[in-house]
Design a protein around this ligand. Structure first.
Ligand code: HEC
Ligand code: HEC
Ligand code: HEC
Ligand code: HEC
Ligand code: HEC
Ligand code: HEC
Ligand code: HEC
Ligand code: HEC
Length: 351
């Protein structure tokens, strides 16, 4: 056999590189539907794919526009599947005012049907793509729009945001050519705020997209998100392991108790709405469930602490919920002292 020449090595090199390039192709969720109808159908009705939508797609959904704007003024819609909607103008900036720059509430809140200010009047570039898109790269400007930082293969969290580019797998249907990452760290790429060892808070609530920070601060830190969630499903339908599957002692204590009989669930106390995305429902009720799980039974405990950083005061949560969050969103006419006095053996209360 002849020794390989420089030229043949070069040709092989090109072939290998070419192969790698085609392997790294994003093909979009529609390309997966044909063979994975179950995951695809669940995913289509979850929030992930709608995180960022082109105006032409978003306008097919019942999404209102900020006062004075028409669809012709919008390039992308941010969110609108779950809690709130924000809008991008034709230059790729997030809308924060009227078209002529006057004061306007430009964030729509789905649950309440109300509008809030968002960075009132600021020129606000869209630098959110790393958590809202698939195949994100931080250089350049998507669609050439100056307000957008970075580019992406597709808007929204598509299949390939979690499974990696699927071009090669789609062609071959070969299991080995697609990634399955079951780690909490995968989800933690986006379900995080700031450093992972702190839980930023603001206005009496934990801030939103901190599920990873919270989980790591909890007794569940060794669990992956997919220990509880089917990642393809909308959260309310995604729980594949109930609390009772692992906590049999507490579950049997709870069965037949006063609150179990009226339908209060484990998560109502252990995962109260201690975080806020759009609008708080009450003084101690935000609109996002916490993943801290631990409840402090001390009537005087404070859930938050303040730290000075570069002269600025920052608030963080300590890693448990207090009784006002765990109990008083339902027992609104009671106080923490009452809760602390009744909380002992609460699982079997009334039995
Ligand atoms: C032509 C059919 C076909 C298409 C199109 C297809 N797949 Fe698959 N996929 C398969 C087959 C076959 C398997 C192996 C199933 C098995 O072993 O149970 C598989 C397995 C998988 C697995 C599991 C791999 C593992 O290690 O367990 C994932 C994840 C996956 N596909 C994701 C995708 C995504 C994302 C897309 C779209 C980009 C896609 N598939 C498109 C046929 C397809
Ligand atoms: C938010 C991240 C995420 C998205 C988006 C996502 N997947 Fe998955 N997928 C996962 C994870 C994590 C697993 C492993 C789940 C486990 O083992 O419990 C998985 C597992 C799978 C499997 C193996 C069988 C199963 O259900 O466990 C297939 C097939 C699959 N995904 C296809 C898809 C397709 C097709 C899409 C888009 C329509 C998609 N996935 C979107 C994270 C995701
Ligand atoms: C570190 C990742 C990350 C960054 C950066 C980020 N987000 Fe998000 N965002 C999330 C996650 C995760 C959620 C959903 C979970 C939650 O709210 O707790 C979310 C939720 C939202 C929602 C609500 C979606 C809905 O359907 O209700 C909007 C709107 C939103 N983000 C806008 C923005 C904007 C605008 C920016 C940039 C200024 C931004 N986000 C930056 C991760 C991120
Ligand atoms: C690339 C960023 C990204 C990754 C990776 C990611 N998410 Fe998300 N996730 C988001 C954003 C952004 C939202 C808000 C979407 C919305 O509801 O509009 C969200 C929403 C959710 C929701 C609530 C929405 C619903 O449909 O009920 C759940 C539950 C969720 N993610 C779980 C997971 C899990 C579990 C993983 C890991 C397997 C994961 N996510 C990985 C960005 C991401
Ligand atoms: C897959 C198994 C699993 C599931 C599902 C699960 N847990 Fe746990 N849980 C654990 C493990 C493991 C620990 C840590 C060891 C221990 O304390 O038993 C733990 C600890 C806890 C603790 C102790 C908190 C502390 O700080 O001491 C609470 C409270 C708790 N879980 C509540 C829940 C609730 C509520 C649910 C349902 C929303 C749930 N768990 C679902 C496995 C699970
Ligand atoms: C009415 C509110 C409430 C409900 C509902 C509730 N818990 Fe608890 N749970 C508590 C309180 C309060 C504590 C005590 C915290 C302490 O003493 O440190 C606790 C403690 C725990 C602990 C820590 C170990 C222990 O027994 O003290 C686990 C695990 C737990 N609960 C799991 C569950 C599970 C699983 C369910 C549902 C079957 C559930 N809880 C329902 C309020 C509740
Ligand atoms: C011990 C079980 C468990 C683990 C582990 C877990 N979750 Fe959850 N998660 C739940 C339950 C239960 C709900 C509430 C579901 C419902 O509304 O019925 C939930 C809700 C959510 C929501 C919606 C919150 C809201 O109120 O809108 C998001 C987003 C989410 N989880 C993301 C994650 C991510 C990301 C991880 C990993 C970092 C994770 N979860 C780990 C049990 C868990
Ligand atoms: C999701 C709503 C909800 C949450 C959260 C909740 N409760 Fe309840 N609780 C109820 C309902 C409903 C009843 C039955 C009707 C009633 O007596 O008020 C009840 C009954 C009780 C009773 C019996 C009252 C009586 O007169 O016999 C006690 C004590 C109690 N709860 C304490 C607590 C404590 C302590 C917490 C927090 C650790 C808590 N509850 C969290 C809804 C809730």
């Amino acid at each position: 056999m002849k020794k390989p020449t420089i030229l043949s090595l070069f040709v092989i090199g090109i072939l290998v590189l070419g192969h790698e390039a085609s392997a790294a192709k994003y093909v979009g969720a529609e390309a997966c539907a044909r063979c994975h109808a179950e995951q695809y159908n669940d995913f289509r009705v979850s929030g992930h794919p709608y995180k960022l939508s082109k105006a032409e797609d978003a306008k097919k959904r019942p999404i209102p526009l900020p006062q004075g704007y028409s669809w012709a003024d919008i390039s992308y819609v941010i969110g609108g599947a779950h809690k709130k909607v924000r809008y991008m103008d034709k230059q790729g900036y997030i809308i924060t005012a009227t078209k002529d720059g006057s004061e306007l509430k430009t964030q729509y809140n789905l649950e309440t049907g109300t509008w809030s200010f968002y960075h009132k009047g600021e020129k606000k570039p869209y630098g959110c793509g790393s958590c809202h898109t698939t195949g994100y790269k931080k250089d350049g400007h998507q669609d050439g729009l100056p307000g957008i930082r970075g580019t992406w293969a597709e808007p929204g969290i598509q299949c390939e945001a979690c499974h990696g580019p699927g071009g090669e797998h789609v062609r071959k249907g070969d299991k080995k050519k697609i990634t399955v990452d079951r780690s909490a760290a995968l989800c933690g790429r986006c379900h995080i705020r700031g450093a992972q060892d702190k839980i930023p808070a603001k206005g009496g609530f934990i801030r939103h997209h901190e599920q990873y920070n919270e989980l790591l601060a909890s007794a569940h830190k060794a669990l992956d998100c997919v220990a509880c969630h089917d990642p393809h499903k909308r959260s309310a339908f995604s729980i594949k392991s109930e609390c009772s599957a692992c906590h049999t002692t507490q579950a049997s204590a709870y069965k037949g108790s006063t609150m179990e009989q009226v339908g209060v669930r484990c998560m109502d106390c252990h995962m109260p709405m201690a975080a806020k995305s759009a609008v708080a429902r009450g003084k101690h009720e935000g609109d996002i469930r916490t993943h801290l799980f631990a409840i402090s039974t001390d009537a005087k405990a404070d859930m938050f602490y303040v730290e000075k950083e570069n002269g600025k005061e920052r608030t963080y949560a300590k890693g448990f919920v207090t009784l006002d969050f765990a109990c008083l969103s339902c027992h609104a006419n009671k106080d923490r002292k009452w809760a602390a006095a009744t909380v002992k053996n609460i699982h079997s209360y009334g039995k």
